[in-house]
Design a protein around this ligand. Structure first.
Ligand code: B12
Length: 221
């Protein structure tokens, strides 16, 4: 059975009840784990709305409904994320990661998944939501002092705001977090990471596993 295809029969009708129930049954029965669900079902379902190759044909209202369905599924998965993490790790990492979007960046499903990617790898991760106000971000950073700051940019036009945010962070904080950049706007444009002055460009769950293994320690130290 192709789980993606079956899910799409509910999802493309914006049928929230059947979309959520179908996925939560797969997850509760252990037929798909959280990473497979995010990478092979939910992300492709949203990329199917529009992408570099495909123009959007549905209305913005339908786009919002589909985003809401995915968001509900992600939040329902939280207990499974914690269970999977606890199964893998006896004790948590000390390292904190703050995930955020620059001002005017409203795409929040990707970074919300990234929060779970970090959590699954034992990090203490927190996603601040889309469109993070600059002053609130700086205040929280001083208070919480995360080792990593992961910024998500989906819309190409928000890369300028991303660059400004990094400058602000580097100029006004009392310590230097490691700044990670990722998101749809960077796909195929990874060279922008250096231009924007971030420390690292990461894109996937596997990249976060590699970060945990220390594969980027030399670059980010
Ligand atoms: C849903 C959606 C919206 C919703 C967002 C609702 C919400 N609350 O999130 C709404 C309707 C608000 C919206 C608005 C707009 N959108 Co829109 N939207 C989308 C859509 C269909 C899905 C986005 C999504 O959730 N994808 C699924 C997630 C899981 O994928 P992801 O974000 O890429 O994240 C994965 C990876 O990139 C990675 N990742 C992400 N961030 C990070 C960060 C780090 C540190 C790491 C390690 C990894 C990582 O991990 C994730 C999981 O694998 C995309 C289409 C697409 N192809 O993505 C367009 C898309 C992103 N939107 C687009 C555009 C243009 C807009 C608007 C400008 C439209 C308009 N004219 O108003 C506005 C801009 C709003 C704004 N100021 O931000 C374009 C962006 C093109 C570009 N790259 O520049 C896209 C690509 C559609 C297209 N035309 O091709 N949108």
């Amino acid at each position: 059975m192709d789980y993606y295809k079956e899910f799409m029969t509910h999802f493309t009708r914006e049928d929230k009840e059947n979309s959520v129930n179908y996925i939560m049954e797969l997850v509760s029965q252990g037929k798909v784990d959280v990473i497979t669900l995010y990478n092979e079902i939910l992300r492709p379902a949203l990329y199917d709305v529009a992408n570099h190759q495909k123009k959007q044909t549905i209305t913005v209202a339908q786009e919002h409904m589909r985003t809401a369905i995915v968001r509900t599924i992600i939040e329902c998965c939280y207990p499974y994320v914690i269970k999977e993490r606890d199964h893998k790790y006896e004790s948590l990492r000390e390292e904190k990661v703050l995930i955020f979007c620059p001002a005017e960046e409203y795409h929040e499903v990707g970074p919300r998944m990234v929060e779970d990617f970090f959590t699954l790898n034992g990090y203490h991760a927190f996603f601040m939501g889309g469109n993070t106000p600059r002053d609130d971000l700086l205040l929280l950073l001083e208070e919480w002092k995360p080792k990593y700051l992961a910024m998500s940019v989906s819309n190409y036009y928000n890369l300028l705001a991303a660059e400004r945010t990094i400058k602000d962070i580097q100029n006004s904080l009392s310590y230097s977090p490691i700044i990670i950049l990722g998101g749809y706007a960077l796909q195929g444009n990874s060279d922008l990471q250096e231009k924007i002055n971030a420390d690292l460009y990461l894109q996937s769950y596997d990249d976060i596993v590699r970060l945990g293994r220390g594969e980027f320690d030399e670059i980010s130290s």
